[in-house]
Write a protein that binds this ligand. Structure first.
Ligand SMILES: NC(=O)c1ccc[n+]([C@@H]2O[C@H](COP(=O)([O-])OP(=O)(O)OC[C@H]3O[C@@H](n4cnc5c(N)ncnc54)[C@H](OP(=O)(O)O)[C@@H]3O)[C@@H](O)[C@H]2O)c1
Length: 252
């Protein structure tokens, strides 16, 4: 029996990454779960294996290029790389936001994606049918006040995906960008506001149904499981209550 194709998911310790890992495992992939918090990816891998599917944890900081290169040596072929690790820090205006936050967001959302993609591209190509997914955001396609550093970083992730698609056309690797709008995950807004639960809750206040991590994981899994000649270049997915980054219907 041929072994299951491998899918690497970054940021699999929570939110969209964890949901994507579960769904790709259920779709028949051997899922490699990566994130910095080892205990969480170990627990998720155990849960997936207990369900009769295949998963293994690997603790990895996507900004640590030496560690990423070491990780890549473990694989001859990889079918799918989901570059999901990332997030936002702060919501201050450009005039007063912290450059350290901008740097960290660029490091994680852009260079993290670059590190994994560069390191795993040979194994993705060797699979004869590879897929790179870049989780950008609607923040990668339009701006909003207080979004500065995150918007800049996600535009960077978007440009990385578009450029890579142009450069590797003709090789057996496709590049899919998934750009979600408002998704209520346990940690995204908490991380953004440095653990301030009140500020985090305001992001979703009065919004009837923000997207869930599972909603986004479904769109990723759908895009990844299309026949290999089909490339979903860009998939923008928002809750019905959100018409744009700045136009959100709230029942308050
Ligand atoms: N929630 C939203 O509204 C929304 C909307 C559009 C796009 N997105 C994007 O979707 C992705 C997932 O978001 P989410 O809502 O699921 O956020 P989340 O729950 O905060 O998850 C972020 C994940 O990224 C990982 N991560 C952060 N820095 C990392 C690093 N240096 N190395 C390795 N892993 C790292 C975290 O794991 P560890 O801390 O364990 O390392 C965690 O698993 C992000 O790229 C985010 O920007 C989110």
């Amino acid at each position: 029996m041929p072994s299951a194709p491998i899918a690497v998911v970054t940021g699999a310790s929570s939110g969209i990454g964890a949901a994507t890992a579960r769904q790709l495992a259920a779709a028949g992939y051997r899922v490699v779960l990566t994130a910095r918090r080892k205990d969480r990816i170990e627990a998720l891998a155990e849960e997936i294996v207990a369900a009769g599917q295949q998963a293994m944890p690997y603790a990895l900081d996507v900004t640590d290029r030496a560690a990423v290169d070491e990780f890549a040596t473990a694989f001859k072929t990889i079918a799918v790389l989901v570059n999901n690790a990332g997030g936002a820090l702060g919501a201050d205006p450009v005039a007063t936001s912290d450059p350290a936050d901008w740097r960290q967001m660029y490091e994680t959302n852009v260079l993290g994606t670059l590190n994994l993609t560069q390191a795993l591209l040979p194994a993705l190509t060797a699979s004869g049918d590879g897929t790179v997914v870049v989780l950008s955001s609607t923040a990668g396609h339009g701006t909003y006040e207080g979004g500065g550093g995150y918007v800049a970083a996600k535009h960077g992730a978007h440009v990385l995906a578009e450029t890579l698609r142009l450069e590797i056309v003709g090789t057996p690797v496709r590049v899919i960008e998934v750009a979600p709008g408002m998704v209520r995950t346990e940690e995204f807004a908490l991380t953004r506001f440095d653990g301030d639960a009140e500020k985090a809750a305001k992001v979703y206040a009065g919004v009837a149904e923000p997207l869930t991590a599972d909603d986004v994981a479904e769109t990723i899994t759908w895009a990844v499981t299309r026949p290999s000649h089909v490339n979903i270049d860009l998939l923008v997915v928002r809750p019905r209550a959100q018409a744009s980054n700045t136009k959100v219907h709230r029942e308050l």
